[in-house]
Ligand binder design. Structure first.
Ligand SMILES: [Zn+2]
Length: 302
């Protein structure tokens, strides 16, 4: 068990959380799977293992950056997500209501392969996917969430991902949410899986294949700057962060702009006892010009 802190240099703004990381070997390296099974079952869950009924693709490698933030409150939680893509990618389809294994969920669809990177289901469970290192895979990572978003808890989403044969996938991070519980993460680095049941200290979470260390540092610094300036964390600050062009409009700002790529969409999921809503902007969040309350008139609910 490791104690981890998120520290912007101001004790009043410091958020402490306990981070417990559980390493899980890839299935391909698990003759008998004893270690994975015992570790997952030690958390009170059965290992899940089944083949993905999904299409196989030729070598996939994309330069992608994404940024996810979230906040828990007494009502539930909110999840905000910038999806950054090459301009050559097909435009994604906006969120729609879908049903899988009898479970209703809202999710946009990738324009090239039909998977998704963010979804919320009728149980108030949501998940998002951030690509990892710029390595090749033979199966689209966007298909992972479609397979796991039918679960009733964030831990079950992670368990489902951990139980899959991930060897065809390039590295990624899946973050899952449910009301009243910390974010849960699964990170796949191409060789092993790490499960983080208490993942709130990872926020803001950035995945980048372009100058990744500087991107993470610059975006985290910008988050700290905004948090220090405002003095408290709330959803409005997170929205401001996703629209931010700090330290300068370009490849390192949370709202990203380059000659060949930019933030292609902004998603904002809110889960309360009355249900879930999904606000989606099919462009960079800095391009939202109408009042947010008006823009939200088009959001979907489940
Ligand atoms: Zn922008």
């Amino acid at each position: 068990m490791i104690s981890a802190s998120f520290n912007c240099g101001n004790d009043a703004l410091r958020t402490l959380s306990i981070r417990r990381e559980i390493s899980v070997k890839p299935e391909s390296a698990q003759a008998g799977n004893a270690r994975t099974s015992s570790r997952v079952m030690a958390e009170g869950r059965k290992p899940h293992r089944r083949a993905l009924g999904i299409m196989w693709l030729s070598k996939l490698m994309y330069e992608r950056m994404c940024t996810a933030t979230w906040i828990h409150d007494q009502e539930g939680y909110q999840l905000l997500f910038n999806r950054d893509e090459k301009l050559t990618r097909k435009q994604a389809a906006p969120p729609r209501l879908a049903v899988r294994n009898g479970v209703r969920f809202l999710a946009p669809a990738d324009g090239d392969f039909g998977g998704t990177w963010i979804a919320v289901n009728e149980f108030g469970v949501s998940a998002c996917l951030l690509n990892g290192a710029n390595m090749t895979g033979v199966t689209s990572r966007g298909l992972l969430l479609l397979d796991s978003i039918t679960e009733r808890s964030a831990a079950a989403v992670c368990e489902r991902v951990c139980g899959l044969d991930l060897s065809p996938f390039a590295p990624f991070t899946v973050v899952a949410f449910e009301p009243g519980r910390p974010a849960a993460l699964v990170q796949w680095n191409g060789a092993k899986t790490t499960f983080v049941p208490y993942g709130d200290s990872y926020m803001p979470l950035t995945s980048s294949s372009f100058d990744p260390w500087r991107v993470r540092r610059e975006r985290r610094d910008e988050f700290c700057r905004l948090l220090t300036s405002r003095g408290h964390l709330d959803a409005d600050l997170l929205f401001e962060y996703h629209r931010s062009h700090g330290p300068a409009r370009g490849p390192y700002s949370p709202c990203m702009h380059r000659a060949d790529a930019e933030t292609m969409s902004f998603s904002w999921i809110r889960v309360t006892p009355s249900g879930a809503s999904f606000f989606y902007n099919p462009a960079a969040p800095c391009k939202i010009t109408e009042p947010l309350a008006d823009a939200r008139g088009s959001e979907l609910r489940i």
